[in-house]
Write a protein that binds this ligand. Structure first.
Ligand code: XMP
Length: 434
């Protein structure tokens, strides 16, 4: 049992769970109290990642306490005779030090599973599944140029060749110069069949005046589908829509099998989809995490700068412009974002960061430039480390880089007079601001 799993397990076996005053989100230090096969070959103090408000207060009978934190005295426990283990912290997230070893101890030493799974098997299996699902039919793929849809394109290309038609939607919410770059990479360098759909007007029209993040995501998801449907009619006889959906999109949109999971945010390609879809979905990466998708990309021979690109969300700058979206605000953010990313590249930081971007905040603050008073927008910079996007920590950007970015943005981007840096981990924050 992990997190809620430990709590429900404790309740069901006669223990007690309470709502704690000391909630733990993000980093915590556990002290291992008792030797256990789960912690074999590990230190007695471990840095782990927590995300809970409730906690086990009384340990059930026949269980032994394994580990504690300062706020959660019962942070891990084990049954005295049955192979039942429970952890309040998350061993599955990358910010838990040695989490992988804890899971390996469980899988190989407790469950006695064999370690015989290989990435090539997955690729062969997925290609076979795609062929079985779509047969001789044409498939339309929403290609954004990001890692997930690019790897999906490469897989589908191997599986069905010319029957794949990619549609790249310029929704007006892309980064500066992105549309041109994507078209060049895929059409000219990778020889894929790519159609560009210029849909800025439709997206901005549907988003006009909308401020609520969930509403924005749903509108963007629906508009993407409208565009794909319209393109499918032009291409004729397309029954399948392929998407680069990955597992975190499914978890956070609560699109998994569980009816009880809470929506964190409706990822445009899962929770943002309309109820009635005209085309059937093909989503070969739906159960993979980003780091696994990157490995598939490398195996399939995609260029490394494409595979290592920072993730970019489908709703694009739409969820980085807090509040109303206008053409002018898109342009302001595009300029600022480009300056920030270029500086990270110049200072050789880009590849050490999982994702970096700028966010336009609908707050105006007072400034002074020359002898003039200014009253302009606040811009936030965000850069995080992560492996799978499920947890993240803020990246310690050197002062000199932050200073350069702040000064260049305020001096060159009209409408921005103040820059702040976001130092929130996930949890409790999310990576994107909306
Ligand atoms: P959050 O903000 O949930 O983001 O911590 C985790 C990762 O997912 C990306 N993201 C999305 N990707 N469609 C996507 O394709 C979406 O609707 C979406 N929302 C967030 C985000 O950029 C980060 O990499």
């Amino acid at each position: 049992g992990i997190c809620y799993g430990m709590q429900t397990l404790a309740e069901q076996m006669g223990g007690q769970v309470i709502s704690s005053e000391h909630k733990e989100f993000g980093h915590a230090e556990i002290a291992v109290k008792t030797d256990s096969i789960l912690f074999s070959e590990l230190d007695k103090t471990l840095n782990v990642w927590m995300s809970h408000g409730d906690q086990v207060q009384d340990i059930p009978d026949d269980f032994t306490l394994l580990a504690s934190t300062a706020s959660a005295p019962i942070a891990a426990m084990q049954h005295d005779s049955k192979p039942i283990f429970a952890l309040q912290f998350h061993p599955e997230v990358t910010h838990t030090e040695s989490g992988k070893i804890i899971l390996e101890n469980f899988i190989f030493k407790v469950c006695n599973a064999r370690n015989d799974w290989k990435m090539d098997d997955l690729i062969t299996q997925r290609i076979q599944e795609i062929k079985e699902q779509v047969g001789d039919n044409k498939v339309l793929l929403g290609l954004s140029g990001g890692v997930d849809s690019s790897v999906t394109a490469a897989l589908l290309h191997q599986a069905i060749g010319k029957k794949l038609v990619c549609v790249f939607v310029d929704n007006g919410l892309l980064r500066k110069g992105e549309a041109e770059e994507v078209m060049q990479t895929f059409k000219e360098n990778m020889n894929l069949n790519v159609i560009k759909s210029d849909s800025e007007e439709a997206f901005l029209r549907h988003l006009k005046g909308v401020e609520d993040p969930e509403q924005k995501r749903k509108i963007i998801g629906r508009t993407f589908i409208d565009v794909f449907d319209a393109e499918a009619i032009k291409i004729k006889e397309v029954h399948f829509l392929a998407q680069g959906t990955i597992y975190p999109d499914v978890i956070e949109s609560s699109g998994s099998e569980s009816k009880e999971a809470r929506v964190i945010k409706s990822h445009h390609n899962v929770g943002g989809l309309p109820e009635e879809m005209k085309m059937d979905l093909v989503e070969p990466l739906r159960d993979l995490f980003k780091d696994e998708v990157r490995k598939v990309g490398v195996e399939l021979g995609l260029p490394s700068d494409l595979v290592q690109r920072h993730p970019f969300p489908g709703p694009g700058l739409g969820v980085r412009i807090i509040g109303k979206i206008t053409k002018e605000r898109v342009r302001t953010l595009q300029e600022a974002d480009k300056i920030f990313i270029d500086i990270l590249r110049e200072d050789n930081l880009y590849d050490n960061i999982w994702q970096a971007f700028a966010v336009l905040v609908p707050i105006k603050t007072v400034g002074v430039m020359g002898d003039q008073r200014t009253y302009d927008n606040l811009l936030a910079l965000r850069a995080v480390t992560s492996v799978d996007g499920m947890t993240a920590d803020w990246f310690k950007i050197p002062d000199s880089t932050l200073a350069k970015a702040s000064s260049k943005i305020v001096n060159n981007v009209k409408g921005v007079n103040r820059v702040v840096y976001d130092i929130t981990s996930k949890p409790p924050g999310t990576i994107e601001w909306e």
